[in-house]
Design a protein. Sequence first.
Length: 277
Amino acid sequence: MHLKLLFLIPCIILNISIVEAQSTSDYKLVWADEFNKSGSPDSSNWTYEKGLVRNHEFQVYQPQNARCENGKLVIEAKKVEKPNPSYVAGSKDWRKSRDSIHYTSACLITRGIHSWQYGRFIMRARIDISSGLWPAWWTLGLHENWPANGEIDIMEYYRSKLLANIACLGKNQNAEWFSNRFNIDSLGGKKWASKFHIWRMDWDENFIALYVDDHLLNKVPLDSLLNKDGSGFNPFKQPHYMLLNLAIGGDNGGDPSQTSFPKKFEIDYVRVYQKIK
C-alpha cells in the first residue's frame, strides 16, 4: 500500500495456478471479526488512522466513514468540500499545502491491539473497481520504520490491477518489492468485482503465499526477504498488525473525478488462524 517508489523485482513464483484450498484442520482460530454487531466497529479489535496520511492521497481518514451493518464492515468513501484544518499557506508539506478537502474515507488498523507472527489470514470482501479507488488489506511489522518493518499487501487494487505485494528494505535504504499484478479484466472485470471473494495469506517460517479464491497470486520464500542493510533483520520474522482501508487518488490510485460517490469497500469477515503445535 505504500508508494512503490523505486523498483519491482520479479516474483519468485511467476506461474498463476489454481491450488486446492488447504484444510484448516491443522490450524486453530486465534482471532476474528465477523462484523455482526451493527454500529461502530469493535474498539477491542480496531483503531483508526486519521487525517491525510500517505502517498499524497486525496482523502482524509476519519472513523465515522466506517460502520457495521447487515453483518458486514462498510468502509465508505465520500466526496465533500470543506477547508483543510491543517492548511498552512506556502507549506512544503503536502498535508498542509492543500487548502481544502475533497474526499473522506476510513482506515482501520489493529496496531497496539492485535498483532500476529505467522498464520493463515482470510478475508471475504467485495471491492469497487471504479476509477480513482484504492482499496487494500495489508500488514506492517511492529518494529523498524518502513520499509525495514516489512509490508504485505494481501489485497490491493488500483488502476484496473489487482496486486499481491511483499516489500522489505532493499539497497540504498529503498524498498525492494516482490510484486505480481493482474489485470482485473482477466479475472472477469465488473462482473467479478460485483461479487464477494476470499483473499488468503499463508505465512510461516519458510514462505509467504497470497491467494484470491484459491488462485495463487504470489509466493516468496522468507530467505529472500532479509533486509539488505547488513543488519541480518528479517521483517517477516516478527509480529505484524493489520490495516483495512479505502484510499482515493494519490500516487497510485488514479483519477476519481468521473466517479460518482459514495463508494464502498465491504468486508464480510476477517479471520486469523495459526498452526496447532
